[in-house]
Structures are given as structure tokens and as C-alpha cells.
Design a protein around this ligand. Structure first.
Ligand code: SF4
Length: 398
């Protein structure tokens, strides 16, 4: 296999997705065993039994998505490897170091659904190379294509990925339509995130009982988390579902301080005690520790500016609302009370009014910042500021 930059990874408990990295097909099959041939009904029953949810961000139940597909005529299985959250690295780790596991999940499901195409959308050269090399070792009796898609934040949205795969612009279309009804070339399509397919490959082999031997009763198994920010050991961690957040923070050597859960569409947590890492709250599995040496409002404003720049520019409430919010937060940071009032007003106007979830996610991120950093907000409004520089701890938003 090609030499690629190695993503740091660790495991708490049992390694499943991260068992057997950097293996060729023969080694991969020795580690995981052969992939059983399952029917569509088998997949539905397995996913229902373990409550498997998509591992992208929306945490949609996989069994429900499968049941929404028509009995015939599924056009494609699409692996969304765009991983557009800048802090997330788990999907890249799987694509570059366990490509056969991801391919197993996609191919096994495509055969069960009788879908003639498997499309894998990636925006990363190393991931594309790894997949193409893995495909040369396999004979899956399917049309499997690795396609390069743009790396912008909203380009990872499911409908934006489909548009890019069809040769269009990688932006969500104006209407909300489910890919299971109208997907690739307007035909029923099963689309999910990279980790979801790796989980399906593990589930197909272990069965529901074996899969449920670790993790929560409600959604058993393991999960991949990316941890970054003010931590000594950033990287990707595989843990049982439901692991305490403090265990992961300790493992990564996180500085004490606020934590953002779920990436830049996620929420700041008022405290970490008693928080269990489970879906939907954990979203795409991103944990960012802020530490105590940086200015929280400055960090949040910096990320808000980047999020504004990532708007696809086609919905007024998103284009103008996010620009206003960036301006509000910038004024608030220099102590302007009108900035605080305007931020609250605009945060009430933006959600639910775009063609995709981008404005809602930005509003969630900023609303929780105002709640959790209220002490800092008051210091800034008093005119003295918090006295800390903006270190750029929240990486990726550049
Ligand atoms: S809400 Fe924003 S990001 Fe989403 S489609 Fe509209 S303009 Fe693009």
C-alpha cells in the first residue's frame, strides 16, 4: 500500500473498526473473516436490533433509511467520504488505513439492495489513492467508482454530494428531498457516511448479539471520535458507545476548560461531568477542548467568520444572517452592548430558513457559546475584555 501520513489513533476497550489497519485484502480477511452474503431484510433486522444510526452528523436510524427504499430499482449505494467538518479525521483514517472494511460495508449492502453502482465521494488525494489501490485487489462484481468532490463545508451535505457526483455544483439544491426517494440521477439511493459502512461490515460479521457485547444497550457497539484543540494527544479514538466524556478527555490529555461537542455545528457544554458520548448529541464524533489560555469569544468569532465563508450563497437568511452574526459577535468582543442585543435577535431569525442545515448548525454553535461563555461576555461588555489572546485553538477554521 502507498505510504501516507499516519493519523494518530487509540482504542479504549475493544478495537473493531481500528483492528487490522494498513492491511492488504488477505490480511484484512484474516483479521475480520469473510463477509457473509446477507439479504436486504437481514440488514434491516440487524440495524434495527442494534439501533444503528448514521455516523455522519444527523444520526438517522439506518434501518429506517433502508426501509424507505423501494423494493426494486435502487440505483446506487453512495459512501459520503467528504468529511467536510474541518476538525473531523475519523473518516479519513478509515479510508486511508482500513479501506477494505469500508468497501465491505458498501459492497455487501449494494448486493443486498441489488444496486448496480457503488460511488465513493472523497475530497482527499490520500483517501482516493488508498481506495483505488484496495479496489485493485478485489473483484466485487459491481461498478465501483471513487470520485473526487470539493472540500467545502456544505459540499459534504448529502444532496450536495449527489449533485457533485452527477457533475453539478456541490451545493444543496433548494428543495429538501430524501436520497432514498430521489437520489443519484433522481433514482432511489442509499447514502451514508464512511463510518456507517465500516460499522455495517462489522455488524454483518458479528451479528446483533456479537455486535452488542460492548457499548450502550440502546445503541451498542463502538464509535470513532476525533479529539483536538487544547489536548496533548489529538487524534482518533475508538471507544464503546456511551463512554464518559471525561474518560476520553483524560485519555487525550485535555487541558481543563470548556468543550465543544459535535464540531462546528455542535454545542458548547456547560460542564463535562456526567456527559456520556452517545448519538445524537455526539453527532459526527468531534470533541474540541478549548483550554483556559485563549479568549473564548475571539475563538468563536473566528470560527463564525469561517462558517459564514462556507455558505453556498444561495439562501438569503443564510448569506445575510450569518454575515450579520459575524458582525454582531465582532462588536460584542470589543464591548459593544448593541452587538450582544443584535446577536440574540439574529440568532432567533436564522434557524429553519435555509435550504440546508448550515444556518441552523451555526446558530446552535453560537447560541450555546453565548450561554456557556456568559462570564466572558460580561467581561467584554464591561470594556475590560477577558485579557487573553486569541490563540486559534479551534483548528481547521482557516
Ligand atoms: S442554507 Fe446556506 S449553505 Fe445551505 S444551501 Fe442555503 S445558502 Fe447554501
Amino acid at each position: 500500500m502507498t505510504t501516507i501520513e499516519r493519523e494518530r489513533h487509540r482504542v479504549i476497550g475493544e478495537a473493531r473498526l481500528l483492528a487490522g489497519l494498513d492491511q492488504d485484502l488477505q490480511q484484512h480477511l484474516l483479521t475480520h473473516g469473510p463477509l457473509p452474503e446477507l439479504t436486504r431484510e437481514d440488514y434491516v433486522q440487524l440495524c434495527e436490533a442494534v439501533g444503528l444510526r448514521g455516523r455522519g452528523g444527523a444520526a438517522f436510524p439506518v434501518a429506517v433509511k433502508l426501509q424507505d427504499l423501494p423494493a426494486r430499482g435502487v440505483e446506487a449505494v453512495v459512501v459520503n467520504g467528504s468529511e467536510s467538518e474541518p476538525a473531523s479525521r475519523k473518516d479519513r483514517l478509515l479510508l486511508t488505513r482500513a479501506p477494505h472494511l469500508v468497501l465491505d460495508g458498501a459492497v455487501g449492502l449494494a448486493h443486498a439492495l441489488r444496486a448496480p453502482h457503488v460511488l465513493i465521494a472523497v475530497h482527499d488525494t490520500a483517501a482516493a489513492t488508498s481506495l483505488r489501490e484496495a479496489l485493485m485487489e478485489r473483484d466485487d462484481q459491481l461498478a465501483i467508482e471513487v470520485r473526487d468532490t470539493p472540500g467545502r463545508f456544505v459540499a459534504g451535505e448529502a444532496r450536495a454530494v449527489l449533485s457533485a457526483l452527477e457533475g453539478g455544483t456541490a451545493v444543496p439544491p433548494g428543495r429538501r428531498v430524501l436520497p432514498t426517494r430521489r437520489g443519484y440521477h433522481r433514482r432511489p439511493t442509499f447514502l451514508s457516511n464512511v463510518e456507517t459502512f465500516a460499522q455495517l461490515a462489522v455488524l454483518a460479521r458479528l451479528g446483533s448479539r456479537g455486535f452488542s457485547s460492548t457499548g450502550l444497550i440502546s445503541e451498542p457497539g463502538t464509535q470513532l471520535l476525533t479529539i483536538d484543540g487544547a489536548v496533548q494527544r489529538p487524534g482518533v479514538i475508538e471507544t464503546p458507545t456511551g463512554v464518559p466524556l471525561n474518560t476520553v478527555l483524560q485519555y487525550a490529555g485535555a487541558e481543563p476548560g470548556p468543550v465543544l461537542l459535535g464540531g462546528y455545528h455542535g454545542r458548547w457544554l456547560p460542564r463535562t461531568d456526567g456527559v456520556m458520548l452517545q448519538r445524537p448529541e455526539v453527532s459526527a464524533g468531534i470533541i474540541l477542548a478549548l483550554g483556559s489560555g485563549t479568549c473564548p469569544l475571539g475563538e468563536v468569532t473566528r470560527v463564525a467568520e469561517w462558517l459564514r465563508s462556507q455558505s453556498a450563497g444561495q439562501c438569503g437568511p443564510c448569506v445575510f444572517g450569518l454575515a450579520s452574526l459575524v458582525d454582531d459577535f465582532a462588536r460584542l468582543t470589543i464591548g459593544d452592548p448593541q452587538g450582544w442585543h443584535d446577536a440574540h435577535r439574529h440568532l432567533g431569525l436564522v434557524p429553519g430558513r435555509g435550504a440546508c442545515a448550515h444556518p441552523d448548525g451555526v446558530a446552535r454553535f453560537l447560541t450555546s457559546a453565548l450561554e456557556v461563555f456568559d462570564d466572558d461576555v460580561q467581561l467584554h461588555l464591561s470594556g475590560q475584555g477577558c485579557g487573553r489572546p486569541v490563540l486559534g485553538v479551534l483548528g481547521g477554521a482557516r
